[in-house]
Design a protein around this ligand. Structure first.
Ligand code: NAP
Ligand code: COA
Length: 269
């Protein structure tokens, strides 16, 4: 990237709020903004995890504050957003990334089990965006939902996540239309398999599963949390000022239908 585009990725003084920002991909996103001068607010359920993440963000040079809130609880997340705005001003970048997952066949999950993931991933994202809107810098704010490949790719043992994340991407598109006239852009980032994350530990719990998953990715490896964070930076910068309602994979090509299988077959022929 040349010097000009690096300046465009300077977030000094900007306020970034990351729901679910205490670990994994979301913490890497918060960290990337903190390292570029942003004032960062994070929120998740566990006060301890929030405190540890805030420590990390401050160590890396950012001003950071944490809030303990469950995205399923509208009043709690509304209060966290209000307190964050009070502390750091209008929100320039709002990231909704809180999620839950477990691997189970549809017949192996209770109605409550299914509803739990819908409520965290989908209703939670609605809550964060609905309550967050009042605090966004308008015009100019960038809103990012963290989706997943299951939104588009029917995946056995993932009925709850598939349904929830498909809803998240549709929320992205609808709100991009409703909030575009206010100068607010709304996009989804769709990470592919990302190494050293809780999501992957749940989906690929054995070395064999990890190797099989990596082999299905055209780039031949898992992504890193920093690579997802880079997309969040670009999407929130002037480099993406005309991008809204987009659902953007950061996945090494793993969402390309049959790409890997086809190239293996062609080589073998
Ligand atoms: P993670 O480390 O488990 O991150 C989940 C975060 O959400 C944690 O900070 C957690 O903190 C918070 N959270 C969970 N339930 C919450 C709730 N009800 N209210 C508020 N916060 C809540 O997982 P990750 O693997 O990095 O995944 C992060 C995001 O990337 C998710 O949206 C996931 O769907 C997406 N994604 C991940 C991958 C992957 O390869 N890992 C691939 C595609 C998409 P608390 O426990 O403190 O609440
Ligand atoms: N198989 C089937 N059902 C399961 C399950 C599994 N492996 N794990 C949880 N459930 C069900 C529970 O049995 C319960 O339903 P029931 O009361 O009818 O039995 C329901 O899901 C809710 O479980 P509970 O533990 O009370 O929910 P929670 O709100 O405390 O936690 C989870 C939510 C289950 C998603 C939990 O794993 C979590 O907090 N995850 C966050 C981290 C994460 O998943 N990271 C990866 C992100 S991609």
């Amino acid at each position: 990237m040349n010097t000009t585009s690096q300046n465009l990725l300077d977030f000094t003084g900007r306020h970034v709020f990351v729901a679910g920002g205490s670990s994994g991909i979301n913490l890497a996103i918060a960290d990337a903004f903190a390292q570029r001068g942003a004032r960062v607010s994070i929120a998740s359920r566990s006060a301890e995890r929030v405190a540890a993440a805030v420590e990390q963000l401050r160590r890396h040079g950012g001003q950071a504050e944490g809030h303990s809130a469950d995205v399923r609880d509208y009043e709690a997340i509304e209060a966290a957003l209000g307190a964050a705005r009070e502390r750091f001003g209008p929100i320039d970048v709002l990231v909704s990334g809180a999620a839950g997952n477990f691997v189970a066949p549809a017949l192996g999950m209770s109605s409550k089990g299914f509803r739990t993931v819908i409520e965290i991933d989908l209703v939670g994202s609605f809550n964060v965006l609905r309550a967050g809107h009042a605090h966004l810098r308008r015009p100019g704010a960038s809103v990012i939902n963290i989706s997943a490949p299951q939104a588009d790719n029917p995946t056995p043992y993932q009925a709850h996540v598939c349904a929830a994340k498909a809803g998240v991407d549709m929320l992205t598109r609808v709100l991009a239309m409703e909030w575009g006239p206010d100068g607010v852009r709304v996009n989804s980032i769709v990470p592919g398999p990302i190494g050293d994350t809780e999501g992957i530990r749940r989906l690929a719990p054995t070395e064999e599963a990890v190797a099989q998953m990596a082999a299905s990715i055209p780039l031949g490896r898992f992504g890193t949390t920093a690579e997802v964070a880079d997309m969040a930076l670009v999407l929130s910068s002037p480099l993406a000022s005309f991008v809204t309602g987009a659902v953007i994979p950061v996945d090494g090509g793993s969402s390309l239908p049959g790409g890997r299988d086809l190239s293996a077959a062609v080589k073998a022929a």
